[in-house]
Design a protein. Structure first.
Length: 166
């Protein structure tokens, strides 16, 4: 509606607010999703070309699919910052495992993300509810993309942390 008002104002060589005032335009746009009756009550009764404005409003509410942005795929796993609210048991497991990996990285005098990428660690925690054996942890880490040395160094501490937290 805003764009159409600017076009009409330009064609008539008027200021846009002379075509329809901002507050009236916003009121009409807010009411348009509620239907034609609500839309008709929103702008001033003396507004000209209400049918045209209604069509413009509806085109914004029901645009063709080609005009809509593509939906992004849901991220997998869900963002870890939401785990504490939506998946507290996963968040708790993640905190335990992350602390263990961070400690091992400190022992090796390297940044934790070099020992095991944070995204990989989060995905492993998300996908493994039950305590796995050390060998299963190592293999799963490799399957997720950890280098052999990363899996060898992190699997024992992940396994131990999970066993001790139970």
């Amino acid at each position: 509606m805003w764009t159409r008002r600017d076009e009409l104002a330009s064609e008539a060589d008027l200021s846009p607010h002379r075509v329809i005032k901002d507050r009236d335009l916003v009121a009409a746009a807010k009411e348009a999703p509620r239907g034609r009756e609500a839309f008709d009550r929103a702008p001033p009764t003396k507004m000209r070309h209400k049918d045209r404005w209604w069509q413009v409003a509806r085109s914004g509410i029901e645009p063709p699919a080609s005009h809509l942005p593509e939906r992004s795929e849901r991220s997998y796993p869900p963002p870890h910052k939401l785990w504490s609210k939506k998946h507290p048991e996963v968040a708790e497991r993640y905190q335990v495992v992350r602390a263990a990996v961070n400690q091992r990285a400190e022992d090796l005098e390297m940044p934790p993300e070099n020992l095991l990428q944070p995204a990989l660690l989060r995905q492993w925690v998300w996908e493994h509810e039950e305590t796995a054996t050390e060998a299963e942890v190592e293999q799963a880490a490799r399957d997720l993309g950890a280098r052999p040395w990363q899996a060898e160094q992190s699997a024992p501490v992940i396994h131990r942390a999970l066993v001790e937290s139970v």
